[in-house]
Design a binder for this molecule. Structure first.
Ligand code: COA
Ligand code: ZN
Length: 297
């Protein structure tokens, strides 16, 4: 891979929308996804196959998959919390499956109603199933730096979970700072260890901007060789089960910073403010990364 190329995986339609006060209907989410495809994102997480009782905003994942034509250019992924979610996603034609164990006992309990060991085992089972039918498998490790319930997370636990997910078939590991508690030092430190252990090519990161350090954290990750990031259009985001999780790193801020640093993303920056406008209208709230107003001009 070209060292100057950075892959932006847009997770607005899933992580961005799962916890909004106003629910965006499945047809509106489909319209959003089509706008994101048109803006040339190389990857989009479009939905999660979760219980609609647990996350009402994600209802209609099947409808979304049905409405998307096969797209060779864009990697369309979905998140699944358990085997039932995997089966629903597979039957809906998903080609890229993400599992999301958390690094602590309590976060797994709150998020997917399983303990740590059960969550890792279940994730590994899903990854094996995913690979057995030749789909692409992504393994998130949520609360990789800090848990809202148990505090700072030991790096050794992250390395162990990542190793298990990779052995089960994960094509990629995504370290997620679910509550936005990481800083450039802790990011550099964990990523250095993960790169030493697994290499940089299979690693990706997911930052929230709760404490205004997401872009600084991206720089720390870039320094360690990471070239793949999740972000959310308009800085949407938050986890319903992780208290204090604020918006994700805003895609327009990430894309613009990378552009100005000389990296190539192939994302059409000029199309992003209109997509932020669309989300604002749909959600009846004001959104936007720091760059939105400037990009609009
Ligand atoms: N999709 C849809 N429905 C599901 C489901 C899935 N993946 N998994 C379980 N269900 C349904 C069951 O069929 C059952 O339905 P019923 O009450 O009509 O019989 C009900 O949910 C309870 O099933 P159970 O297996 O006991 O699940 P649970 O209550 O332990 O809940 C999860 C587990 C994972 C389904 C639920 O906690 C969840 O969806 N969490 C979402 C986590 C999330 O999205 N977090 C943010 C992203 S990290
Ligand atoms: Zn997140």
């Amino acid at each position: 891979m070209n060292d100057d190329y950075v892959f932006i995986n847009e997770v607005g339609p899933r992580d961005g929308l799962q916890n909004q006060k106003t629910i965006m209907s499945a047809p509106a989410r489909l319209e959003l996804i089509k706008k994101l495809i048109d803006a040339n994102f190389p990857g989009i997480e479009v939905a999660s196959f979760v219980s609609p009782k647990a996350v009402p905003a994600m209802e209609g994942a099947g409808e979304i998959m049905h409405g998307l034509n096969e797209n060779k250019e864009c990697e369309i992924s979905v998140l699944v919390p358990n085997l039932k979610g995997f089966e629903l996603a597979r039957d809906a034609g998903a080609k890229i499956i993400s599992v999301v164990p958390s690094a602590t006992e309590t976060m797994n309990q709150k998020n997917i109603n399983m303990g740590l060991e059960a969550a890792i085992n279940s994730s590994c089972d899903i990854l094996k199933e995913t690979k057995s039918i030749k789909l692409k498998a992504r393994g998130y490790v949520a609360v990789a730096w800090e848990c809202p319930f148990e505090g700072k997370v030991d790096k050794k636990i992250i390395l162990k979970i990542a190793e298990k997910l990779l052995l089960a078939g994960a094509d990629e590991i995504i370290l997620a700072d679910t509550i936005g508690a990481a800083n450039p030092s802790s990011v550099g430190s964990l990523i250095k260890d993960c790169v030493n252990e697994f290499g940089q090519d299979i690693l990706s990161v997911h930052f929230h901007d709760t404490r205004a350090m997401a872009l600084a954290n991206v720089c720390a990750a870039l320094t360690e060789g990471i070239r793949k990031f999740d972000s959310c259009i308009g800085g949407l985001g938050g986890c319903p089960f992780a208290p204090g999780a604020a918006g994700n790193l805003a895609t327009e801020d990430l894309a613009n910073m990378l552009y100005q640093m000389g990296f190539v993303t192939n994302v059409h920056l000029e199309k992003l403010p209109k997509i932020v406008d669309f989300c604002e209208t749909q959600l009846n709230t004001s959104l936007g990364g720091r760059m939105t107003a400037w990009l609009s001009n």
